[in-house]
Design a protein around this ligand. Structure first.
Ligand code: ADP
Length: 462
């Protein structure tokens, strides 16, 4: 049976190292706002790239016609078509398909990856019919959601800075990803073209804004994490060449790279050191779905070794494999309300091949909660940082009226405790009065329609 004498001190230290009391949250929010400002001043001025999206008009509801969207940003990619009917009819019809990216293509060449994507999109386009109608002689236009760091060069071009989230594709960095996709579609003889290149956060913001004028910020919490928001053009010192005279533009923060003042543990440091991008994406590694399970796994390994979590200093063989314990597993364990923690028992047995007693299972749940709590609360502090930055430049614009933060991503959608901790931190930071005005809202799969809306707004036929 587990030796609570060995385990308890490790758990106590972990909870102390991961603690996010109000002063820590406040520091993170303030540092986020300051880093945003530094990134807006000059390129390279901050951990936060504060990438200009070239999206400076938001959907109005008047968009009309057939548009496609393609979303590449993680473990899955999605293709979608939407028939837009303008103010009255709005979204007449949508259809989508989801394709999971084979593991080997995440480690392949750029041509191989883009050929796979183009081919899936081509097959999907061939099934068009029913309510979907393209005027004669027109090319199908695509809103391409691409959720990796890109140096955008126009609404329909952008240079990949680097792959993240486990993608190690050779030959794309430094290239225009729209050209990569357009060339792959040409190789397959397809008559389709990218009209808008958007980050998934930007797509989510556009999609949510189509239905609700108060949306100012969009946040993705899935495999990775990112956030964007509506900024005033005159609050962006580094914005010198303007393509339009719109007073606003969407800024993609790339907040996953934030690192200032985060409560980190030895487990985070070791995971980072052994990752493919050491020293980078520290906020992402602390709060996003790709990593929460892995952090918990590393803690379990140490507790097994040093604290005798699973009878003696036995370390289950499977448990030493990086990333075997996934965030959905720790989420499932936290939902277990049975007296004997049967679901925890079976996750530990299935994933780690380990037989656990009740005391070990309770400890495991406490660890999951500690890591989810830290992640959710820090994500909440980051959101408040963005709202604070907007408020500082425009007194009353966000805190004096209803303001919506559109949320999307599998982690936010499926992990109720994480979501609760996030909301709790926002309320703690803003206080009960102001937080009544700040609505944090799930905007499910808004990013697909959002990208199609931006393709419509930037159509070559308009
Ligand atoms: P992606 O970010 O890969 O484009 P999603 O937004 O759907 O796609 O997010 C998927 C991620 O969400 C997974 O990698 C996982 O970390 C997280 N996730 C999915 N299901 C759950 C779940 N049941 N509980 C907690 N996290 C989940």
């Amino acid at each position: 049976s587990s030796d609570s004498l060995g385990v308890a001190p490790i758990l106590t230290k972990l909870q102390k190292d991961c603690a996010t009391p109000l002063p820590v949250l406040r520091h993170v929010a303030d540092a986020m706002a300051a880093d945003m400002r530094a990134g807006l001043a000059v390129d390279g001025g901050s951990d936060l790239k504060m990438i200009l999206s070239y999206v400076d008009s938001l959907p109005t509801g008047n968009e009309k016609g057939l548009f496609y969207a393609l979303d590449l940003g993680g473990t899955n990619f999605r293709v979608l078509r939407v028939q837009l009917g303008g103010k009255e009819e709005r979204v007449i019809a949508t259809e989508f398909e989801q394709v999971s990216i084979p593991q080997d293509l995440m480690l392949a060449t750029s041509e191989e990856l883009f050929d796979f994507i183009a081919s899936a999109l081509g097959k999907f386009a061939q099934k068009e019919g029913g309510k979907f109608e393209l005027p004669q002689g027109r090319t199908r236009e695509i809103g391409f959601t691409f959720s990796f760091p890109v140096k955008q060069t126009s609404i329909k071009s952008g240079i990949l800075i680097k792959w993240t989230k486990g993608f190690v594709v050779s030959g794309t960095a430094g290239k225009d990803v729209v050209a990569c996709l357009n060339e792959a579609m040409e190789r397959q003889g397809m008559d389709m073209q990218v009209s808008a290149l958007v980050n998934d956060t930007v797509g989510t913001l556009a999609g949510a804004r189509y239905w609700d004028d108060d949306v100012m910020v969009a946040v993705i919490l899935g495999t990775g994490t990112n956030a964007c928001y509506v900024e005033r053009a005159d609050a962006i010192p580094k914005l010198t060449k303007r393509m339009s005279n719109s007073p606003i533009t969407i800024v993609n923060t790339e907040w996953g790279a934030f690192s200032n003042g985060l409560p980190l543990t030895e487990f985070d440091r070791e995971m980072d050191a052994e990752s493919i991008n050491p020293g980078e994406q520290i906020f992402e590694k602390t709060i996003s779905g790709m990593y929460l399970g892995e952090i918990v796994r590393r803690i379990l390994v140490k507790m097994a070794k040093v604290g005798c979590l699973f009878s003696g200093s036995y370390v289950p063989e499977k448990l030493v494999t990086p990333f075997v314990l996934r965030t959905p597993d720790i989420c499932a364990m936290q939902q277990d309300t049975s007296r004997d923690l049967e679901a925890v028992e079976s996750v530990l047995y299935d994933v780690a091949g380990v037989k656990s007693d009740l005391s070990a299972r309770k400890t495991v749940v406490d660890i999951c909660d500690t890591i989810a709590k830290r992640g959710g609360r820090l994500a909440g502090a980051g959101i408040v940082g963005i709202l604070q930055k907007i408020e500082e430049d425009s007194k009353g614009l966000v805190f004096g009226k209803r303001t919506v933060v559109a949320m999307d991503g599998g982690l936010y959608e499926h992990y109720p405790q994480y979501r609760g901790y996030l909301q709790e931190a926002v309320t703690e930071l803003l206080g009960s009065e102001i937080s009544k005005n700040v609505v944090i809202e799930h905007s499910k799969d808004g990013s697909g329609i959002g990208a199609a809306l931006l393709a419509a707004a930037n159509s070559k036929y308009e």
